[in-house]
Write a protein of this length. Structure first.
Length: 191
């Protein structure tokens, strides 16, 4: 199989199901941003962090492929007239969302309470978490806009929302473990 197909040379691409859309279509922007997020999560996984975090991040990367597949599917081609699914696309489950929540709860047990917003940074690994978090929020915004136009599996949108929270808590946890300075944002008073 060749990597280049030449079918996108005129600015269109195919969704699962065969429908061709412009490469600037919100559906493409949505799953492209999920793909970007997945790459940044790979960058976090490549850091010198505990194996447990790496294992969780691999699961997250797998689930992001599922979210991407959901977003890349033409909803008009996914279901047959009989109501049966035409394409065998996996789904995000409640258990996937719950896994993120449990991981956050576990990390939060050893973290000090948050009393202020935190400035991103303090250590390169922590910064990668914050970049991933903001890319995740962008993916969520795009997916939300797409969902308004063409609804898709709601758990995928919930997963992106919970994942951005997970990445924030992971940034705080790694700051704590790496003994990085966590700078609180305290608004400056006007002089």
């Amino acid at each position: 199989m060749k990597i280049y197909t030449k079918t996108g040379d005129k600015g269109t691409t195919a969704l699962f199901g065969g429908t061709r859309v412009p490469k600037h279509h919100i559906r493409i922007d949505s799953y492209g941003t999920v793909d970007e997020l997945n790459s940044y999560i790979g960058l976090i996984r490549d850091q010198n962090i505990a194996q447990h975090y790496k294992d969780v991040l691999i699961i997250i990367q797998d689930r992001l492929f599922t979210v991407g597949a959901t977003l890349a599917t033409d909803p008009n081609k996914a279901i047959l007239k009989s109501g049966k699914e035409r394409l065998n696309i996996p789904k995000i489950s409640f258990e996937d969302i719950e896994r993120l929540e449990k991981e956050m709860d576990l990390m939060n047990e050893s973290l000090p309470d948050m009393t202020h917003f935190v400035l991103p940074g303090g250590h390169q690994t922590v910064s990668f978490c914050h970049i991933s978090r903001t890319v995740c929020r962008r993916a969520e915004r795009l997916a939300s806009a797409l969902n308004d136009l063409e609804p898709f599996q709601p758990e995928s949108l919930t997963y992106l929302n919970r994942l951005s929270d997970y990445l924030f808590v992971l940034a705080r946890k790694l700051s704590h473990e790496l003994k990085a300075e966590e700078i609180q944002w305290i608004p400056q008073k006007e002089s």
